[in-house]
Write a protein that binds this ligand. Sequence first.
Ligand code: GLN
Length: 304
Amino acid sequence: MQDFQSILDNIHKAARKQTAKGKVADYIPELSAVDPDKFGMTVLDSTKNVHSTGDAKENFSIQSISKVLALSMAMSHVGEKLWERVGVEPSGDPFNHLSLLEMENGIPRNPLINAGAIIVCDILVSRLENPTSAFLEYIRDIAGDSTIVYDEKVAKSEKRTGFRNYAAANLIKSFGNLENDVETVLDFYFHSCSLSMSCEQLVKVFYIFMNRGKCLRNNAHLTLSQVKRINAIMLTCGFYDEAGEFAFEVGLPGKSGVGGGIVALLPNKFCVATWAPGLNEKGNSKLGMWALEKLTTETGLSIF
Ligand code: GLN
């Protein structure tokens, strides 16, 4: 077994010396107030041991990382039918791209770009009485942690400034690929992005993707085939137009968010989360990517 704790402590020490930290996202006003010097990292290994360093217990806005969780919940409701409404190809688009040109006949290229995630939210809105609270319950149940919450301020801040998401949802609606009204679907979408979690909580949720669909308490949430599909999509579509670079440097399926979080995993071995709010020009956490590259290089563990 790897000595994850000392590897993480060394990465944290080296991270403190890094001067190029990237830029905190400011297009969602509420996110711009976050301290750019935060750095946290957690590994949850296959023996269920947790190894943490830095600000790993501090909550942050998980943003687009939530798209994987909405996808997972929607797949467990509708199965393969989901792929009639959204594609599985990488988009090669920047994180805040309107993605309108990435749609054919109202079918977005994949469920991890905003347009695709809006459709996934629509699927859940159609099937759940109260999607916002059901989604939160789903995540709390997987993590075995009832303290996970939405950050209402972030949700409101996004709603006020989410003009591109309104545009995308309206365009999808015009193609007939949105079953519910735009306002309801986006209200749920903004809430899902506003989930507030720490690195230690994120690894507990994403454990199901490294553990063949079963959570820490061994309850099955996804089939093996569903886990394979979700991990494949994370690998090819999880980092906007930097998915190739992430596979090249880090070599794990994962997902980033503009709150500066990244979560990644090696099936059957470990799940890792990082948080460093400064983003690179592609919208991915600069120090997070750097730290994950160090982790897979130093442990020699990656899917390749
Ligand atoms: N809520 C953000 C948005 O819709 C998600 C952005 C992200 O993390 N890529 O713009």
